[in-house]
Design a protein around this ligand. Structure first.
Ligand code: F6P
Length: 323
């Protein structure tokens, strides 16, 4: 193995740059040439590769986003698209690939591996839904970003005795909402794993006022059955009966932006180094993750198309803490 490629795919996550930097510099230290693939699998198909030297990845560890840029690539989901990607790797002399990304990206990596490409994945997504890593790159920073917003909302909510609905990202996974809800002291948490109606949300917030609270916060995962706009409409329709005003804040992509915190920089650095080590040792078709505090390799076969289960006991704890 002489030359490796590295790409970032799917939704970006704060810390991806730290992983690119670690892959590049540990790769060079191991005597390898490193090529960066621009725009994820789309760049692999169109052949957009750039050589990465130690200086090319300077000054990026503190930057959010990804210097290689990212994309969601429908063409790569077809066998023809993957064949084009493989042709690029062959023509550029790339012997092995490192894929930094979340669920969809690692499913793509698994397909490519099955077609004969030596590769290793790195667990990176703010959703924290990947099997094979207790926590993924970007989660910690995204949680802190959401918490900062909730802390700010609480000050204005208290001034007006209002309730706030705060929607956080997470696709079909409630991890971000659950953790941010607990850490932000939310009165109500609604996640896809435990369904909840607009009326139940209203009752949860109402009972907070009944217990003497001056304001109340509901943290809602974007993937729950009822859309945030539908919940807001329900509150409007039943305003008199519910008895308080509701305001809605959708945090959206704000959670993916900004500078990665110390945890994500270190996690991504360890994962990048581990991915290169794995390739050098001939370990392929695996995802690098953090399990019980240690770097661990999990076969992509066990990762692809799976969703990490959530500890629903924490939802009950959140209810008790919201008293
Ligand atoms: O997977 C990360 C994520 O931010 C999800 O939480 C969200 O549902 C999705 O990506 C948004 O994707 P896009 O940036 O393509 O709109």
């Amino acid at each position: 193995m002489k030359r490796i490629g590295v790409l970032t795919s799917g939704g970006d996550a704060p810390g991806m740059n730290a992983a690119i930097r670690a892959v590049t510099r540990t790769g060079i230290a191991a005597g390898l040439e490193v090529m960066g693939v621009r725009c994820g699998y789309a760049g692999l198909i169109s052949g957009e590769l750039i050589p990465l030297g130690a200086r090319d990845v300077g000054g990026i560890i503190e930057r959010g986003g990804t210097m290689l840029e990212s994309a969601r690539c429908l063409e790569f989901e077809t066998e023809e698209g993957r064949r084009k990607a493989i042709a690029t790797l062959r023509s550029k002399g790339v012997d092995a690939l490192i894929v930094i990304g979340g669920n969809g990206s690692q499913a793509g990596a698994w397909s490519l591996y099955k077609m004969g490409i030596p590769l290793v994945g790195i667990a990176s997504t703010i959703d924290n839904d990947l099997v094979g890593s207790d926590i993924t790159i970007g989660v910690d920073t995204a949680m802190n970003t959401a918490l900062d917003a909730i802390d700010r909302l609480k000050t204005t909510a208290s001034s007006h005795h209002r309730a706030f609905l705060v929607e956080v990202m997470g696709k079909g996974c409630g991890y971000l909402a659950l953790m941010v809800g607990i850490a932000g002291g939310a009165e109500v948490i609604a996640i896809p794993e435990a369904s909840c109606t607009p009326e139940e949300i209203a009752l949860g917030l109402r009972s907070a006022y009944d217990r003497g609270k001056k304001f109340a916060i509901a943290v809602i995962a974007e993937g729950i059955k009822h859309k945030t706009s539908d919940i807001a409409a329900y509150f409007k329709e039943h305003r008199e009966r519910i008895g308080f005003d509701l305001r809605v804040t959708i945090l959206g992509h704000v959670q993916r932006g900004g500078s990665p915190g110390a945890f994500d920089r270190l996690l991504a650095t360890r994962m990048g180094a581990k991915a290169v080590e794995a390739l050098v040792e001939g370990k392929q078709g695996v995802l690098v993750g953090l399990l019980k505090g240690e770097m661990a390799l999990t076969p992509l076969e066990k990762v692809a198309y799976q969703k990490k289960p959530l500890d629903l006991g924490l939802l009950e704890l959140a209810r008790i803490l919201a008293r």
